[in-house]
Design a protein around this ligand. Structure first.
Ligand code: GTP
Ligand code: MG
Length: 205
């Protein structure tokens, strides 16, 4: 299973405080709010690798629908959040543009699960991420980042439009909001935990 165990935090009360750190990927198409989500929930100052979108890049970077955007992630985002005592998540945000696909295999090593962020104005942009995780059997949830002005779709409609496997959770969120982002992360941990346990039982039984 995809997790790391760090050393015991060793408190005086003798309780089992072994800390567990899980790796979660935050993926999705260009400009969907991945860096925003990692920044909103992280309790450490997130590591960012933003570069300014250049005039030269206009030819290859599809900025349609995200006109206000001035920077883009060129390697990854990194953040950390404690979900509850003894359980933290290491968050790795992927770069959104096709030319950085070669980084995904490295980033997804050892991941417990993933969040695929989606924007209903450009839903097709998250198809590659959905395909990527389905093929590699990495459990994921789809989180619809509800941008102001975008038509509101229900979770069931998004699930149908993306042709998701039955059971793949779809949640609505606001990537700028810490509590909303945290709910998405709890959902992916629960779902991925169930999926990994079921697979383990399959292999032993
Ligand atoms: N209105 C609104 N704007 C948002 C929301 N989430 C992100 N933004 C804005 O949308 C833009 C894109 O956000 P990023 O977080 O950089 O997107 P990204 O997915 O990391 O982009 P790439 O790394 O370039 O693929 C930024 O200008 C954000 O301020 C949202 O939920 N609502
Ligand atoms: Mg980014």
């Amino acid at each position: 299973m995809a997790y790391e165990r760090s050393e015991s935090t060793g408190t005086d009360d003798g309780a089992d405080t072994t800390a567990l750190a899980l790796k979660i990927l935050i993926a999705g198409g260009f400009g969907v709010g991945k860096t925003t989500l990692v920044g909103a929930v992280s309790e450490i100052r997130p590591l960012r690798t933003e570069e300014t979108l250049s005039r030269a890049g206009e030819l290859v970077d599809d900025t349609g629908g995200v006109d206000q955007k001035t920077t883009t992630t060129v390697a990854m985002d990194f953040g950390r959040i404690t979900i509850r005592s003894g359980l933290s998540l290491y968050l790795f945000g992927t770069p959104g543009q096709d030319r950085f696909w070669f980084l995904w295999d490295e980033l997804s090593q050892g991941a417990l699960g993933a969040v695929v962020l989606a924007d209903t104005r450009r839903l097709e942009d998250c198809f590659p991420a959905v395909d990527y995780f389905e093929h590699r059997k990495i459990p994921f949830v789809v989180a619809v980042n509800c941008f102001t002005g975008a038509r509101a779709y229900g979770a069931a409609e998004v699930s149908r439009a993306l042709d998701l496997d039955r059971g793949t959770p779809v949640v609505l969120c606001d990537a700028r909001d810490r509590d909303s982002g945290k709910e998405v992360l709890i959902r992916v941990v629960e779902y991925a935990g169930r999926m990994h346990t079921a697979r383990l039982l399959d292999t032993v039984g």
